[in-house]
Design a protein around this ligand. Structure first.
Ligand code: ADP
Ligand code: UDP
Length: 237
């Protein structure tokens, strides 16, 4: 594709976003930088950018085939991908199949409770406010999303969960929980954006419950790079 990278639009904690010669497309470039606890813990995970880029693109391709529209256009290199430029909906959409992390902390329950049905929650994507929990009524009242958009996002997020839960189980991995972001295309359509990777999902080995995700970094469990490499190996063989 004859699209050329132009100026950097944004540098986030895990990725950079570049404009291109096509105003409808941007290039995301995945970094090895890692942060946790609202940016308080900082580090690098060697090879993470390449793992997250390749895994995210693979999963978005899988989801497209199952009828979930995404921003994915073309993988350009190990770390760089061409995506449709969208206006990000300022919500972090979190789906949980098993209790862990902030859910366990908030409700005072152990990690590992398998839910009969998945849960959904939203956080307001706002670093200054530390991404506070937000319900659908709050999002609508504040103009973060319309009620139609919320319904679309909920349906797509649960669909993503069904597709990915089954896919990961097939490669010996429990999909514990994950965070999604959605965007609006110029014609107002909601598509899945950002990334799906060990940075944004909790993955437990289906047999041993070994953690194969960013919790190894958050909780200083060691072998962080090994966990990312293992997830890449499970996905690509
Ligand atoms: P953060 O902003 O939380 O530090 P990243 O380092 O991952 O996160 O930065 C990537 C940024 O790009 C995020 O703000 C994300 O919402 C945004 N983004 C993801 N996909 C797209 C897209 N298709 N178009 C425009 N922005 C996007
Ligand atoms: N998550 C994320 N970005 C965030 C917050 C959460 O990708 O800013 C992911 C996280 O990796 C996990 C899921 O969303 O897979 C649920 O995270 P949780 O609310 O338990 O928060 P945490 O324990 O990470 O603080």
């Amino acid at each position: 594709m004859d699209v050329i990278k132009t100026e950097q639009l944004y540098e986030g904690k895990a990725k950079k976003v570049f404009a291109t010669t096509d105003p409808a497309l941007v290039i995301v470039s995945y970094k090895d930088d890692a942060t946790a606890f609202d940016g308080l813990k900082k580090g690098t995970i060697a090879g993470k950018g390449a793992v997250n880029n390749r895994m995210s693109n693979y999963l978005m391709g899988l989801l497209e085939k199952e009828g979930v529209p995404t921003h994915f256009v073309e993988e350009l290199s190990e770390r760089e991908t061409l995506v449709r430029k969208v206006e990000i909906v300022k919500l972090e959409v979190i789906i949980r199949n098993i209790s862990a992390g902030s859910f366990s902390k908030r409700f005072g329950v152990e990690e590992g409770i398998v839910f009969d049905s998945p849960t959904i929650e939203f956080s307001y994507k706002n670093d200054d406010l530390h991404d506070p929990l937000m319900n659908a009524y709050h999002a609508i009242a504040l103009g973060v999303a319309t009620s139609e958009e919320i319904e679309t996002i909920k349906a797509l997020a649960f669909k993503v969960n069904e597709v990915l839960k089954a896919y990961f189980l097939g490669i010996g991995v429990k999909l514990v929980d994950f965070k999604l972001e959605f965007g609006r295309t110029p014609d107002g359509k909601i598509v899945l954006a950002d990334e799906i990777s060990p940075d944004t999902c909790r993955f437990w080995d289906a047999v041993t419950n070994e953690k194969l995700d960013k919790d190894r970094f958050r909780r200083d469990l060691g072998n962080v790079e090994g966990a990312y490499a293992e997830m890449l190996r499970r996905v690509f063989g």
